[in-house]
Unconditional design. Structure first.
Length: 84
């Protein structure tokens, strides 16, 4: 049974929102959470995304894309605010 586009979009939005909330909490409560650490995690996520030799499937790909998008957005906002 194939997942519908709406299901993928809902999963993407759910993961994205969860990641943003988690990053906000982490940076608010962890003094070591800074721009360089988050950029390092994002770099590792890019590598992990590219290491899809056997295929994760569409739902896992959507989750990975949402996680990366959340990190990219959060880092861009940090830079815009001059934090990090």
């Amino acid at each position: 049974m194939s997942e519908s586009t709406a299901q993928f979009e809902e999963r993407y939005r759910q993961i994205y929102d969860e990641e943003i909330r988690g990053l906000e909490r982490r940076c608010a409560h962890d003094p070591s959470c800074g721009l360089s650490e988050l950029e390092g995690i994002l770099k590792a996520l890019y590598i992990r995304e590219g290491n899809d030799i056997e295929g994760r499937g569409q739902l896992a790909d959507a989750s990975m894309s949402a996680t990366i998008a959340a990190y990219e957005h959060f880092i861009a906002e940090m830079k815009k605010r001059g934090k990090g």
